[in-house]
Design a protein around this ligand. Structure first.
Ligand code: GAL
Length: 676
């Protein structure tokens, strides 16, 4: 397939990683080129941390080494994703402009000798990043190696919030633009409570250290402001590049692993969506989190192919216990990203660093060198991506949407909620894992998006739900959709104010219930839920509530706990659809009973594959590509007919996927041809 608009000019699926050759003598670069070619590398990200090497003192540039590097890459047929180094200003910059440093909430000034310590509100910083991006774009716009631009690195990580005096002044100006009049701000923040009324703009504070909790509506706006500041800086650099260069511009997101950036907004600003993902070692099923992250990335990309800009070949170095990937795990991870829409598979980083903060991080070329297991697997994966070239441009198929709203995450995770055990990410993961185990592929959606093409919409954590979003969900049910809503949803509006009419009031028509009072359980306390009069009994914990029924059918009841006898699961027929409500915390297994009923309502038929065989489909113009990753040690059966593109084997009745293995089967659709 041909590359989509905004996609870098590279033939086939993209393969590579971050390349930081300024750490190495020039001879090593030649060895790198030979090994990259052996591995099938087609793209490397360069210059992301190179500010000090490029602008040696203010306004003095040394482009010689970058010229050599780009020429060398081009001579070897490897394209460059050219970074702007704004995440790591040089020592001379902070020496000259000490006021451009980030200040944390306790007033500590972030020092040099790390990365990510510049204040995004600083005019000196903003001027400098535009100067450097302009200089790079002027010089390399027409370089044949440069196929795309990579601005900054992971906005919002390691720091997003900034309480420097300049940031606070920007905050006050931002609030003036948002609210126009102080009366509007006072109303939105509910400052009549606790005597917080503001009479002058310059009296409005930032939510730094406070004796008791800070005003939650202020904190929600602060999260929005912080995100906006970062995006403003991205736009400055992007536009400086676009003034001279025509290649696509991106920045690397961290979907579901960083919380400070509203990726629905960010995705509108980039030419192509790129994401980084690292497995979370304490989680034995970290591949489920990987799938969630990939689906979220594809969704913010509007369903179009996206770039996995970074992941790891084996262990990372920044978690408490950094588990190594076992043989075959990297391949499963990479091809799962591909199944969920990634047309570029990249790593941090090409060659392991001998010095510095990340020397214990794995790489495509580890310290052990090219004779290592990891490098052999890297070469094998490069070969697979060549074999899978025809997958490029196909789109992952999903019939179900899960609602994901960063504003709701920011609001829900503030202090003084009814229970510390109710967490946005925990519920998102539990509901996602239920669907993952059933091989039901999901898109994520903002609650105000058009949801009409989905058979089912799931809301695991929609604490903040605007009136407009609730009306959207209600229309969705009326016109035949199946909606599943978890407790502690539909509670507050965009200002973190409880909805008029009480908890869940905006969804009353769709769900046929409201909530009179929350009944959280004590830490460690468990309860049970019984289905029907004498149906199955499942465990629950953390949460119950006094549900008021307005027409819904009660399907399950709390059998014990503070809400004993009260509804635990309800279903409401509304219009031509159904609204399900889960009023207690159910684990992944117990959610199975809820979803078996909801799938029936939605007309979703499960594929019957074992829970550990992850199956996802990408749809191309002529064929489907079924990607199956086996996370168990035992082999599993994949009952589809076609050709496994990794082995070249064809079958009319299915494939055996070895334990830990992957199959990518081209299935020619019945209307367009026959079988294999
Ligand atoms: C990423 C970052 C990389 C590298 C990597 C290590 O978050 O963008 O520069 O630090 O983590 O896992």
């Amino acid at each position: 397939m041909t590359a989509a608009a905004g996609w870098p000019r590279i033939d086939g699926l993209v393969y590579g990683g971050d390349y930081n050759p300024e750490q190495w003598p020039r001879e090593t670069w030649d060895e790198d080129m030979a090994l990259m070619r052996e591995a099938g590398v087609t793209l490397v990200s360069v210059g992301i941390f190179s500010w000090a090497m490029l602008e040696t003192s203010e306004g003095e540039f040394d482009f010689g080494w970058m010229d050599d590097l780009l020429d060398l890459l081009h001579a070897n047929g490897i394209a460059a994703d050219l970074g702007t180094p704004s995440v790591s200003p040089p020592a001379w910059f902070f020496h000259r402009y000490p006021q451009a440093r980030v200040v944390d909430k306790d007033g500590t000034v972030m020092g040099f000798g790390s990365r990510g310590m510049a204040s995004h509100a600083s005019p000196e910083y903003r001027e400098a990043i535009v100067r450097v991006a302009t200089a790079l774009a002027e010089r390399y716009a027409d370089h044949p190696a440069v196929v795309m631009w990579h601005v900054h690195n992971e906005y919002g990580v390691p720091v997003a919030e900034d309480f420097s005096p300049r940031a606070v002044a920007s905050w006050q100006a931002w609030l003036q633009r948002r609210y126009g009049a102080l009366d509007a701000l006072n109303a939105a923040w509910g400052t009549a409570f606790w005597g917080q009324r503001y009479a002058e703009w310059e009296h409005v504070v930032a939510p730094a250290a406070t004796p008791s909790i800070a005003n939650p509506a202020m904190k929600l706006d602060w999260a929005r402001f912080t995100d906006d500041q970062l995006r403003e800086c991205f736009r400055l650099e992007r536009d400086a590049i676009r003034a001279h260069a025509s290649q696509p511009v991106t920045t690397n997101f961290m979907a579901h692993q960083s919380w400070n950036t509203d990726l629905w907004k960010w995705a509108q600003e980039v030419d192509v969506v790129a994401d980084d993902h690292y497995l979370w070692s304490p989680d034995p099923d970290a591949h489920v989190g990987l799938a969630l992250s990939a689906d979220l990335t594809r969704s913010v990309a509007g369903g179009k192919p996206w770039m996995l800009m970074e992941h790891s070949t084996s262990a990372v170095n920044w978690q408490g216990r950094n588990t190594a990937k076992r043989p075959g795990e990297m391949r499963r991870n990479a091809l799962t990203h591909l199944g969920r829409g990634a047309d570029a598979i990249m790593f941090f980083q090409w060659r392991a660093s001998r010095s510095g903060a990340e020397k214990f991080h794995s790489a495509m070329l580890p310290h052990a060198g090219p004779r290592s297991r990891v490098f052999r697997e890297v070469v094998e994966l490069g070969g697979h991506l060549k074999d899978l070239a025809e997958v490029q441009g196909s789109e992952t198929v999903a019939d179900v949407a899960m609602l994901y709203d960063w504003e709701s995450l920011w609001a829900q995770d503030l202090e003084w909620r009814p229970s510390d055990d109710v967490q946005f990410r925990e519920r998102m993961r539990a509901f996602y894992e239920r669907l993952w185990r059933d091989n039901v592929t999901v898109d994520f959606a903002h609650p105000e998006h058009d949801l009409s093409r989905y058979r089912m919409v799931v809301a695991p954590a929609s604490y903040l739900l605007t009136e407009a979003a609730a009306a959207n969900l209600t229309r969705y049910v009326e016109s035949g959709g199946t909606l599943v809503v978890n407790f502690f949803s539909g509670i507050v509006d965009e200002h973190d104010a409880v909805h008029a009419g009480g908890f869940l009031a905006p969804l009353r028509d769709a769900l046929g219930v409201t909530v009179e009072e929350f009944l959280p359980l004590r830490e460690g306390e468990t309860a049970t839920v019984v289905w029907g009069d004498d149906g199955p009994v499942v465990g629950s914990d953390v949460w119950q509530e006094d549900v008021q029924v307005h027409g819904a059918e009660v399907l399950a009841t709390n059998a014990s706990g503070p809400g004993a006898g009260m509804p635990a699961v309800t279903r409401h027929a509304h219009g031509s659809g159904a609204g399900w409500y889960v009023a207690t915390r159910l684990g992944v297994d117990a959610l199975g009973t809820v979803f078996s009923g909801a799938y029936r309502d939605a007309g979703i038929v499960l594929d019957g594959a074992p829970e550990t065989l992850e199956v996802v489909t990408r749809r191309g113009p002529d064929a489907d590509f079924v990607v199956a990753a086996n996370h168990a040690d035992e082999e599993a059966r994949l009952p589809v007919a076609g050709v496994d593109l990794l082995t070249g084997d064809g079958s009319d009745d299915g494939f055996t996927v070895p334990g830990g293995g992957v199959a990518v089967v081209r299935v020619v659709r019945a209307s367009e041809g026959t079988g294999a």
